[in-house]
Design a protein. Structure first.
Length: 430
């Protein structure tokens, strides 16, 4: 007989039931939407053991699903030992409360928004990212504060001394005020960080460095592409929202120009409005970019719908007018005839495999072409005492010809508009 009893300490995945209501008004088929919801549950370390759907003209105000369906779900919860029921659309506070009462304790009832907020909370590493997630979570929780002080509410009904003060309601208001105060404090802190970020962005703007941002649907391979292009070690994993905090890396193009590449949080359909608002300072990296590489999973049958979702969110964050290049990633997983079919649909796109390195040289050439689209060709004589300017010429311009003469560096180069203005006082027309 073993001296010590083995005790399993590994966390046990929560068993989840996912639920959707098909009103016929969504661009996404219900099965595909629930497939994505299942991946979100798996990203949050849960396991989906069942899924249920119902066709309705509109969600039921009281319980989201019909009363009969709610009882049916309660039976499934009991039979399959469900820990959490996840709904594909956002529930109102009253719907959530009514469903929790029907399913009984300790079953949790959450919606897609709460699930995404939980995943964001797990993946936020920087101080700014954690503050943004906390702000979004508190904005979600505020209207849902309820029931925590019901024992005090019971005392009101008995009358007697102290009953006229309404302790339960007062305590609930105290909680709400504390949450509102915390929300205000977070907004002030994020405003300070956003000011700092704006200063850094202005410094990059003033420097004349061409800025490229990676944007796209979550799990399209943006982080893997950043690693492949810059030889960096940004965290990349086959899961939704593997990257949350923006990461910027610099790269030298073959022509000698230095650019920056920024990886950003992935987008998703039904992205909670509170998250978009909270992450506006992070998404500002997209708004101030000179070029957006819209990364698309070429092997995804729903790539067109996901590309439209990305388009909608870019418009929402006021980045819709920025020059964009569509980059189809994961082409190594596709047959050649399928790739050719995509090329015929999107002749201006670039096709790559970030994992295998295929097409990366062509992508860098395309970035270089975009970066030099507005370049001005000029000749300048830069004095030797302007050492920093000489360094900038070599880093930020495409040098065509250079000669070291007695007065300084005589250089003919292609320069971006901002750099051309910097070189204007040293222009040489000999």
């Amino acid at each position: 007989m073993a001296r010590f009893k083995h005790i399993e300490t590994a966390p046990v995945p929560e068993r989840a039931l996912i639920v959707g209501v098909d009103t016929g008004r969504s661009d996404w088929p219900m099965d595909e939407s629930l497939d994505e919801l299942e991946r979100l549950v798996e990203t949050a370390d849960g396991v989906v053991v069942a899924r249920e759907t119902q066709k309705l003209d509109a969600p039921i105000p009281k319980t989201y699903v019909g009363s009969g369906k709610a009882e049916e779900l309660a039976g499934i919860v009991r039979r399959m030992d469900i820990d959490v029921v996840v709904f594909d659309e956002e529930l109102s506070p009253s719907q959530q409360s009514n469903l929790e009462r029907i399913f009984g304790e300790p079953v949790k009832v959450i919606d897609r928004t709460a699930l995404i907020l939980d995943i964001f909370g797990r993946h936020a590493n920087t101080r700014e990212g954690r503050l943004q997630v906390q702000l979004a979570q508190l904005q979600y929780v505020l209207p849902r504060l309820r029931g925590m002080w019901s024992h005090l509410m019971g005392e009101q009904t008995r009358g007697g001394i102290g009953s006229r003060f309404g302790q339960g309601e007062s305590q609930l208001e105290v909680d709400r005020r504390l949450v509102r105060d915390r929300i205000a404090a977070l907004r002030r802190e994020l405003a300070r960080l956003e000011t700092r970020r704006a200063t850094q962005s202005k410094a990059r703007w003033d420097s004349g460095i061409y800025r490229v941002a990676l944007a796209g649907y979550t799990n399209a391979g943006k982080s893997t592409l950043l690693n492949a292009l810059t030889d960096s070690g940004v965290y990349a994993k086959d899961e939704l929202f593997a990257t949350l905090d923006p990461t910027t890396r610099s790269i030298d193009l073959a022509e000698g120009r230095k650019i920056t590449l920024t990886d950003t949080v992935g987008f998703i359909q039904k992205l909670p409005t509170a998250l978009v608002e909270s992450f506006k300072s992070t998404l500002a990296e997209v708004r101030v970019a000179d070029l957006v590489l819209e990364v698309v999973d070429a092997n995804d049958v729903n790539w067109e719908k996901k590309a439209q979702t990305v388009e909608d969110i870019l418009t929402q964050i006021e980045a819709g007018s920025i020059r964009r290049v569509m980059v189809f990633n994961k082409c190594d997983l596709m047959a050649e005839e399928d790739i050719q079919s995509l090329r015929s649909q999107k002749p201006d796109a670039v096709f790559v495999s970030a994992q295998g390195g295929k097409g990366l040289t062509a992508l860098l050439h395309r970035i270089a072409r975009e970066a030099s689209a507005g370049d001005v060709t000029l000749t300048a004589l830069v004095p030797y005492e302007k050492g920093l300017l000489i360094k900038m010429v070599h880093e930020r311009c495409q040098v065509i010809r250079e000669q070291y003469v007695e007065e300084g560096l005589l250089v003919t180069c292609k320069a971006a508009e901002r750099m051309a203005k910097t070189l204007e006082p040293y222009r040489h027309d000999a």
